[in-house]
Design a protein around this ligand. Structure first.
Ligand code: ADP
Length: 174
């Protein structure tokens, strides 16, 4: 039985993440999506909210389960019985980061492999940061996230009103 752990922040989950997890579910027996749950700055959704948004995204896929975790990812992977950790690659700059992380994780636990899937072309530009930024400015994120995530974003930004400093605007500002 091959179990892979797909760790990430998922703030929020978008079609790029969904693409990677769904393809992995065809390749492996079980995919465990692990939402990193330590409280951090500049995070829009709480761990519980992110967990629920991820769960809802995969409710129809039997071999994808979702949980939260804190601490070292390799330790959690071992605890869950995963043989490998799954990551997604978009552009070349992702590779350098993931390469360093994979080597560091390998030093910590050489038995846990890292498997990276290359994203489908249409998701290359997609990141949670971009989604948050577009939603914060009232842009349409329908092609980037499922409907329930879009609604959660709208609700959050309606509540935040002008107090949107939680989303640092980088490049798409008006
Ligand atoms: P982290 O903070 O661990 O990077 P993210 O939620 O940003 O958490 O990303 C989790 C994983 O999903 C990472 O491996 C990241 O490269 C991958 N990922 C993010 N966006 C995309 C995308 N558009 N296509 C494929 N993989 C992606």
């Amino acid at each position: 039985m091959t179990i892979v752990l797909f760790p990430g922040t998922f703030d929020p989950i978008h079609y790029g993440h969904i693409n990677i997890a769904t393809r992995a579910a065809d390749l492996f027996d079980e995919v465990i999506i692990a939402v990193y749950a330590r409280e951090q700055q500049n995070i829009l959704f709480s761990p519980e909210e992110r967990l629920e948004l991820v769960k809802e995204s995969f409710k129809n896929i039997g071999n994808i389960s979702v949980t939260t975790y804190t601490g070292l990812t390799v330790k959690f992977a071992r605890k869950m019985g995963a043989q490998a950790m799954l990551r997604g690659l978009r552009v070349f700059s992702d590779f350098e980061y993931e390469f360093r992380m994979a080597l560091a994780n390998n030093r910590l636990d050489p038995d846990i492999d890292v498997i990276a899937l290359i994203t489908d072309e249409e998701h290359t530009f997609l990141s949670s940061t971009t989604v948050r930024e577009i939603a914060a400015l009232g842009g349409d994120v329908s092609s980037m996230v499922p409907e329930h995530v879009k609604q959660a974003l709208q609700k959050r930004f309606n509540v935040l009103g002008d107090d949107q400093d939680i989303v640092p605007l980088t490049s798409l500002r008006d």
